[in-house]
Ligand binder design. Structure first.
Ligand code: ADP
Length: 266
């Protein structure tokens, strides 16, 4: 298997490595679609490759958080079967036992009473109590917890509790510089360099629009989508309409402003 494609924007690879070496949990902060998930996939792959002994089958366990996520969804539960009840580890327990990196994407979406189960795993104890089983799992020495969140998007009622947040070392992510973003688009969408460069320049211009009450973006992900459509023969203006104009805002004025910039480029 080859490494996931990830182009570093700064020193994030070294910082993550340093955090991992000390087993300090990591918080990835940044807007949606700017490469946080791809970064963790890359780091998990790199770390698993350098391990001595057998790497876990699943070096990265990803959990997408939402407001119905319960502690049992993370930790595990008893399941009823014809043979009686059997315990099934949740993804967090599985990662802690096998020494995987566990990535909780959009952690603030989870309820606070759910994220509390992370506490004993993210301090010196490195343990996970399984109350239903009456036992405690000691995390594998290679285990690390990584969470992501998008600061622009949050309402304060959904912010992380300080007692949760202050367990993590934070690495900040932003949209890549146009040169780097063009390289990413060319690789991911499989389009020629000139198309990728035009899309990256367009992305930077839209992000700087005054009129745009855009919460975020357009993200690198959306620019890749626009490139993928262009690569499949969709006319560039149409591709930008679908991937950038309609996807970034529902407000007609904002859509017009974004469309104008797109038409200036393509
Ligand atoms: P996030 O987790 O921040 O929402 P993702 O990691 O899913 O965003 O990134 C969205 C897409 O953008 C990825 O699937 C990948 O195609 C591309 N991408 C963004 N940044 C990078 C990067 N630095 N290197 C490689 N691909 C990237």
């Amino acid at each position: 298997m080859t490494a996931p494609f990830y182009l570093p924007a700064g020193d994030e690879v070294d910082l993550f490595r340093a955090a991992y070496d000390q087993r300090i949990p990591v918080l990835l902060k940044g807007p949606t679609g700017c490469g946080k998930t791809r970064f963790v996939e890359y780091m998990a792959w790199e770390i698993a490759k350098q391990r001595t002994g057998t790497p876990p089958d699943e070096p990265l366990v990803t959990i997408t958080c939402h407001d119905d996520l319960t502690a049992a969804d993370l930790v595990g539960r008893y399941l009823l079967s014809a043979e009686g009840t059997t315990w099934l580890d949740g993804p967090l327990t599985r990662a802690a036992r096998t020494g995987a990196i566990c990535y909780l994407d959009e952690v603030v979406e989870a309820r606070k009473d759910t994220t509390v189960v992370l506490h004993s795993l993210t301090d010196h104890r490195r343990t996970l109590p399984l109350e239903r089983l009456g036992t405690t799992v000691a995390a594998h020495p290679d285990f690390l917890l990584v969470v992501s969140y998008n600061p622009g998007y949050q309402v304060t009622s959904k912010d992380l509790k300080p007692s949760t947040r202050q367990r993590f070392l934070a690495i900040e992510f932003g949209y890549p510089d146009p040169e780097l973003e063009a390289e990413i688009i060319a690789h991911e969408a499989g389009v020629p360099a000139d198309v990728a460069e035009a899309l990256a320049a367009l992305g930077a211009r839209i992000r700087n629009l005054d009129a745009a009450d855009l919460l975020d973006g357009p993200s690198t992900r959306l620019l890749v989508h626009a490139g993928a459509l262009i690569g499949r023969g969709v006319a560039p203006r149409r591709a930008c309409d679908l991937a950038l104009v309609l996807a970034t805002s529902d407000d007609r004025d904002v859509q017009d402003a974004v469309r104008q910039v797109a038409h200036a480029v393509f």
